[in-house]
Design a protein around this ligand. Sequence first.
Ligand code: SAM
Length: 268
Amino acid sequence: MSNPRPRKRFGQNFLHDQHVLDRIVAAAELQETDRVIEIGPGPGALTTRLLATGLPVLAVEIDRDLAKALEERNEANLKVKTGDVLRFDWSELLTQPPYKLIANLPYNISSQILFKVLEHRYAFSCLVLMFQKEVGERLVATEGSRNYGILSVLMQTWFHVERVIKVPPGAFFPPPKVDSVVLRMTPLSKPRVDVQNEALYRKLVKSAFAQRRKTVRNSLLGSGWQAEQLDQAFAATEIDPGRRGETFTIEEFGALANLLYSINGEND
Ligand code: SAM
């Protein structure tokens, strides 16, 4: 399809900067045995480069017209799935792991996509993703930074996150209102913490940042955690409950979550 009209509701900002496209593909360090997933191929500037490697590419696109145009290219190594990537059952999408997920993401759903990635993280050997700059900054942020939050902690628990390249609005058509950044995330051979119960850990991290201005203890109380159990866990881990969530290292979140799990199992 030539010159598709970008649809704002699908977050369509099409990348045309050749250097940025090169850097995205190079960052994925594609090997002969890799399989690739692209979310939101759009008119296919990135897809074309990925297909040129000869590797199998699975592309998931919500825009029926763009998906159809891609399908009509009849590329032997391309499989197109049409629909909202958040509505697919990812266990059915990711049938031949590991995959490299390479994408210029629709910015309005990038956090939701990352939560899905976390849920299915064993299926990925590498992620190279374009984000709006603010989200990228959150993902690389460490404790003590105002950008540090739920996604920083959860992604960095299991992935090494690094910046690949900053991308100005002019690299896209139409240019978005914000700067962008490409990040590479690779699974850690050993997670930052040995989380005993992931659901509880995720819930704890989310609750700790629910009210950023409050102390962790108050923020957790506000999210329904039991005072007695919290106090027992803070005492046992020797973590000061008067601190704010943004000062907690990943290891401290892990220690607190494991302690709460040992006190009360999955009931928290
Ligand atoms: N990859 C193309 C490029 O770099 O030029 C397009 C990137 S554009 C920022 C985001 C793409 O994601 C669009 O093609 C859009 O239609 C698609 N998209 C938006 N929401 C989606 C969803 N929920 N599921 C799958 N694709 C989606």
